[in-house]
Write a protein that binds this ligand. Structure first.
Ligand code: G3P
Length: 217
């Protein structure tokens, strides 16, 4: 499963990229606002840090203006992936852009039928928001299971990008279902490394090693 980080903050992106485990970045207008940075400038900087897809979202609601915005955004770097909302105009834009060889991430997906439409529109990625689904009394992971089934039934190439990930259990469940990608805030990715028994084990090994009086270097 590919790991994307869901942030527009440069330092956490650099830190995770240095692990060699980061496959891409997702941003959205809220994350850009939170960063306090200029959209174009911060997107260019992120594209220079990671080789994989960097999602940058259009804000227009009509197809013609979405295309104009996408034209500006895709000039930033070759790894920009245009993010469009799951609307009629968003999917028209998706079809046009992927037809021209531009990566597209269709966002704000909350149903399997929406995911089916996005795949038919040639989306590179579909972003079902599992956390917001859970918040509203549904099970976000049921949605991922259904989308996996539908995409496999028809061999759609669209990658399932599990978004709105809130905790490590979401990551585990997404991996068990066979989602292609998950995008999570930096903290959730850092939490994946942690286990109390790993810390305790290191502590015990180091204490015993000290008793030997030896050194490797
Ligand atoms: O990737 C989508 C994500 O940014 C939304 O997450 O936590 O605001 O639902 P959240």
């Amino acid at each position: 499963m590919k790991f994307f980080v869901d942030t527009a903050e440069i330092e956490p992106i650099r830190e995770l990229a240095a692990t060699g485990l980061l496959d891409g970045v997702t941003t959205n207008p809220s994350l850009i606002a939170k960063s306090g940075r200029d959209f174009m400038e911060v997107t260019r900087e992120i594209c220079g840090i990671v080789d994989g897809p960097v999602s940058a979202e259009v804000v227009a609601l009509d197809h013609a203006t979405m295309m104009k915005e996408a034209e500006v955004l895709r000039k930033i770097a070759d790894n920009v992936c245009i993010k469009v909302p799951l609307t009629v105009d968003g999917l028209k834009t998706c079809k046009a852009l992927t037809g021209e060889g531009t990566m597209v991430n269709v966002t704000l997906c909350f149903s399997s039928n929406q995911a089916l439409l996005a795949a038919k529109a040639g989306a590179s990625f579909i972003s079902p928001f599992v956390g917001r689904h859970d918040d509203n009394g549904f099970d976000g992971m049921d949605l991922i299971e259904d989308i996996r089934l539908i995409y496999d039934n028809y061999n759609f190439a669209t990658e399932i990008l599990v978004a709105s990930v809130r905790h490590v259990t979401h990551v585990l469940q997404a991996a068990k279902i066979g989602a292609d990608v998950m995008t999570a805030p930096p903290k959730v990715i850092h939490d994946l490394f942690k286990h109390v028994l790993t810390d305790k084990g290191i502590e015990g090994f180091l204490a015993d090693w000290a008793k030997t009086g030896q050194s490797i270097l």
